[in-house]
Write a protein that binds this ligand. Sequence first.
Ligand SMILES: Nc1ncnc2c1ncn2[C@@H]1O[C@H](COP(=O)(O)OP(=O)(O)OP(=O)(O)O)[C@@H](O)[C@H]1O
Length: 311
Amino acid sequence: MEARGVFRAFGTVPALRGLDLTVPYGQVTALVGANGAGKTTLLLILATLLAPDAGRISVAGHDLSTHPEQARSALGWMPDTFGVYDQLTVDEYLAFFADAYRLPKGEKPRRVRALLSLVHLEDQLGRPVHGLSRGQKQRLGVARALVHRPRVLLLDEPASGLDPRSRVELRDLLRSLAAEGVAVLVSSHILSELEEIADRVVLVDHGQTVGEHRMADLVASGPNGMGRARWRIRAMEGDGLAARLAARPGLGEVGDLPGGAEVGPLTENEAADLLAALIAEGVRVVAFGPVGSALESAYLAMTENMTQSRR
Ligand SMILES: Nc1ncnc2c1ncn2[C@@H]1O[C@H](COP(=O)(O)OP(=O)(O)OP(=O)(O)O)[C@@H](O)[C@H]1O
């Protein structure tokens, strides 16, 4: 799936300003950006629910503006909030969408059961949708998005409301769909989680793509590969450490932690110098490492650059 030069404004508010995006088949692409960056607007446009002001989008080889029906039949869409037709049972709900996507009648019961088992809701068969918990509804939403075996799957914040086990299961499901050749695009604020799901990351800021990275490159370059990170230090005599470090210049913001301190943002070089100095001073350091994931650091570095360039 490809989007080129997508513009969309709401009145005088520009939500997308010439955004470009590639979502390769067989991979999970993560859409990352601050609140208001334009992620939901983009996903709504890709899902054909909102018209762009300008731009070209192609889904499974179909141009969205000239062949929206064909594009839609190749798309699965899971919004961040959605209605679930409370009066239906769980299986009726999926059967309804199977009809909407014109699945052959004979295939429907088998497909519904397979989907319920895929998202671990088989024990809810025959139960009303309104009795499901938030996380169960979320899982039903994933099943709904997959009813017609889409080649492109769009998910807006799919992990919100899921318990830890369901998150791991969602991650495995998205990975296995990608392994089957599906192009998966997922937006989320839970960066540490995206790091385990995604092959690629697209960073969006103020309606534009500001970076596309392979996750393997981000992780290989380490948390500092994209810039500076905060560093967490724990030491045997760590309780007074923050006060000692606060007196030292060049360590950024020094925070107090039980048994240690947090400093930075520092480069790897600066962190290595600090560690050497602490040891030379006889501090018995038991842990010294960057805070957060590689993706988090890349994101923070990006937003720091953005903020600076706007000042
Ligand atoms: N229906 C609307 N009417 C007016 N402005 C809107 C509308 N939808 C979005 N916007 C504006 O467009 C911009 C992009 O919003 P969007 O919801 O796409 O961001 P987002 O990246 O999904 O944010 P979040 O992470 O908070 O969900 C914001 O400035 C928002 O206020």
